[in-house]
Design a binder for this molecule. Sequence first.
Ligand code: PRP
Length: 187
Amino acid sequence: MEADIERVLIAEEVIDKRLDLLARRIEEDFPGEIIQVIILLKGALVFAADLTRRLPRMLEIECLNVSSYHGGTESSGQVDFLDHKLPDVKGRQVLVLDDILDTGRTLRAVVDRLTADGAAKVKTGVLLAKDKARAANVEADYVGFVIGDEFVVGYGLDYQGRYRNLPYVGTLAESAIDPDHRPKAQE
Ligand code: PRP
């Protein structure tokens, strides 16, 4: 797996330090409240596991299975909620965690949905935010790292379902990319 990585973009120890800082900021922003953490599957699993273990407080963890369609000529920008039942967020203090903010469509749709479902407060955290114009009007409250508009894997992010277990974020070598499935956006 490591042989497929062209360049380590964000090393494990750099992620560790940044997560310490994000956790402190989240602690300050949710004083004494029981946070409902909502993890967007699957990419945010690793980030959320490491971040929530830095929050020494009572919290609840839920997951949301959301699918979005990226890039390509047939892109509709539609975001589908795939779970039969969404978490009950009415009156709750919610922290949504995702691995990457790219076009912004996913995060925008999730925040809108949770707000419509009656969440009292919705804050958002992403490990990575691409430095680009967003198709949807949204920015995250907590950002680990701002990166360029390039395709990255590791620390939860995948290419064709793989590389999520790399402990760092990196770019893929050309030799690891299937010419028939070139990544367009962060899909
Ligand atoms: C990826 C990523 C974000 C979303 C970001 O999800 O995990 O949720 O795309 O892109 P956007 O800002 O353009 O909406 P994906 O649908 O690839 O699922 P995954 O997390 O299971 O890999």
